[in-house]
Design a protein. Structure first.
Length: 638
């Protein structure tokens, strides 16, 4: 009998069961999926990587983060709304989609719904004939940018919130949004639900049991019925989970699987290896400290360099980045934000424009060969992959590089339709004849980006799978040379009443590190032990010059901080000489512990001052430490 080669067997289509060499043929077969796997809708979502969040509503015009629900629709009046400019800014930043806040917690609707009077129909914008949702949807389609919508489940305006009638209203709102504006790629449900509000004039607090009240499985099913390709965000049963913070930082590792039970924040950041369901994390963060535009945050826009770090800490850990870019009162992305987005987007595009591994030769310690051979990691196609034979769970994949190949960025991807198969891995480089480990991590998943401290030019580079329950399936092993972003100078503010706090100085403070309050960086936090009776937290600042001070602002930490909270209330005093003090304002911050938004406190009257002293007697909620991200000030408008 003539011996048949493997190539001949494949070509003639002989069944493996008819031949004694079945184990060899089995090694050629597609690996069996391992554990939970993504749905086709989730697999498409993984390919988006990063997109824009656009918070724009009544809050833009009231300088708030959470509206109370009693705001007049007449306040919504952008002077020069330009949906195409917003979309262009998102595309400049390399963002592959856009999600608009159609309704935030205040209940104001950006589309001309007939379900409520608290909507754009009753605003001055286009004499009540405007539809911001339509304009944004159309602009996205002109630019071939996928469009999504945010619809807050909480509604602080609606009289029936907390009762069955509101849930029917909410379902009707969803139906309008999912049937009027074309295809959506994502529908976003916020986790903030229940509390004080206007509620049609009741002005009371209403508590709900969110899972039971909304019946989330039915809400998710409604969206999927009306928008089969739209991923839903957050509750159990939705396609995507929250990453557990609003800092833009995923856990390391960040597994896309979770237990089949209600969301637990401590698990959400890192996921659970081998979890029962595919519930990948979306990493959301704003380009500014707040989600809505505030002129006193113009100096605090995240730099291009910081956005690249966020990219590595979210996209680079296998999650999708949802970057908020809030329009200003004109209805445009501010110029400073556009410059930063352009610099960030250009750097990312230039860095990943050319895979330097494309000219390499790939070989593996073990391979199924053929369509699953090691060369598949170099073809740039996420639908192809290299796999080792069944039972080989610690293979090595090596790239022989072209001489002189320099790189400092490594990107790995798994073929997720077969599940997350690699538990731990290492990447090595052969330099001067010796192998050196460059990195060792848990989890590859959708992708793992590794940045080196400096470019290297090794002869070979390899991936070692250190721990895996089944044979790996690797779709990409790519190498890049990082391109730095063009620096964008910091500005003070587009509002001349906002003071430049970088010119202030700390005169006295109840704990060290108070300089962090004046660095315009919302990520640097002044932390001190909980104030006690007779020993409040206090900070005194020199404004540098005499100013007509009209008030101050305080930004709490938006980071998830165990055992720390912002202050509950304040006492503000001013002085011309640093010795004699007069009262400026005193009271409690509004909803600071939960909204975590900048508080802007006006004085009863403007006063000439050189010094500002703030006193905090207790945290907003029980906590062992007090935490504040920043202090600001503003003068009166002339």
């Amino acid at each position: 009998m003539t011996e048949l080669s493997r190539r001949t067997l494949i070509a003639t289509g002989l069944a493996a069961s008819a031949l004694p060499a079945a184990p060899a043929l089995a090694s050629m077969a597609t690996p069996r999926p391992y554990g939970a796997v993504p749905s086709p809708r989730q697999w498409r979502w993984h390919g988006r990587e990063q997109y824009a969040f656009v918070h724009f509503s009544i809050n833009t015009f009231t300088d708030k983060e959470w509206g109370y629900g009693d705001e007049s629709p007449k306040l919504f009046d952008p002077s020069d709304f330009d949906a195409d400019q917003i979309v262009a800014a998102a595309k400049a930043g390399g963002l592959e989609g856009l999600i608009l806040t159609a309704k935030h917690h205040d209940g104001f609707c950006l589309w001309p719904t007939l379900l409520t009077e608290h909507c754009i129909r009753n605003s001055p914008y286009k004499n009540g004939k405007g539809d911001v949702v339509r304009e944004m949807a159309d602009a996205c389609r002109r630019a071939k940018l996928p469009f999504g919508l945010y619809l807050s489940p909480w509604d602080r305006n609606h009289a029936e919130y907390g009762r069955p009638a509101y849930v029917e209203y909410y379902r009707a709102q969803l139906t309008e949004l999912c049937t009027r504006y074309g295809e959506l790629f994502e529908v976003w449900f916020d986790g903030a639900n229940g509390g004080d509000g206007y509620y049609g004039g009741a002005r009371e607090a209403r508590k709900i049991d969110a899972p039971r009240y909304y019946d989330w499985p039915s809400i998710v099913a409604l969206v999927h019925k009306l928008q089969p390709n739209a991923c839903t965000f957050d509750p159990l049963g939705a396609d995507i989970r929250w990453v557990g913070n609003e800092d833009g930082v995923a856990g390391d590792p960040c597994w896309p699987t979770m237990p089949n039970k209600p969301y637990d924040q401590k698990d959400g950041n890192s996921g659970v290896r081998g979890g029962e369901i595919w519930w990948p994390a979306e990493t959301d963060v704003s380009i500014r400290p707040g989600w809505f535009y505030h002129s006193d945050e113009d100096s605090k826009v995240k730099s291009p360099e910081r956005l690249i770090r966020l990219y590595d800490e979210s996209v680079g850990r296998g999650t999708n980045l949802n970057l908020n870019i809030p329009p200003d009162r004109r209805g445009r992305i501010p110029d400073q934000d556009v410059r930063i987005l352009q610099s960030f987007g250009n750097a990312i595009r230039a860095t990943f424009a050319r895979d330097l591994a494309r000219g390499a030769v790939a070989h593996a310690s073990h391979s199924r060969g053929g369509a699953l051979g090691p060369a598949r990691v170099l073809d740039g196609n996420r639908e192809t992959y290299w796999a080792s034979p069944e039972g080989i769970t610690n293979p090595t994949l090596t790239l022989d590089l072209k001489p002189g190949t320099r790189f400092d960025v490594i990107r790995l991807r798994e073929y997720l339709p077969l599940g997350v198969r690699v538990t731990r891995f290492a990447v090595d480089a052969e330099i001067d004849g010796s192998w050196r480990t460059l990195a060792e991590h848990d989890c590859i998943s959708a992708q793992r980006i590794i940045r080196l401290d400096a470019p290297i030019a090794p002869r070979r580079v390899r991936l070692r799978v250190l721990d895996a329950p089944v044979c790996p399936a690797i779709s990409e092993f790519a190498l890049f040379l990082a391109v730095a972003p063009v620096p964008v100078p910091v500005i003070v503010s587009t509002d001349p009443t906002v003071l430049d706090v970088t010119k202030w100085s700390i005169v006295a403070a109840s704990a060290p590190g108070a300089e962090k309050l004046l660095d315009n960086d919302a990520a640097s936090i002044w932390v001190q032990p909980r104030p006690t009776p007779g020993a409040p937290a206090q900070v005194t600042m020199d404004l540098g010059v005499d100013a007509d001070l009209a008030g101050f602002s305080l930004t709490p930490s938006r980071q998830v901080m165990t055992g720390a909270a912002p202050p509950k209330g304040y006492v503000a005093e001013t002085s011309a000489d640093g010795t004699n003090w007069e009262p400026g304002a005193a009271g409690e911050f509004s909803n600071i512990a939960y909204a975590l938004s900048t508080q802007r406190i006006p004085f009863a009257k403007t006063r000439r001052a050189r010094f500002l002293r703030l006193t905090f007697k207790e945290p907003a909620v029980p906590a062992a430490r007090l935490a504040i991200a920043g202090i600001g000030g503003f003068i009166s408008r002339r």
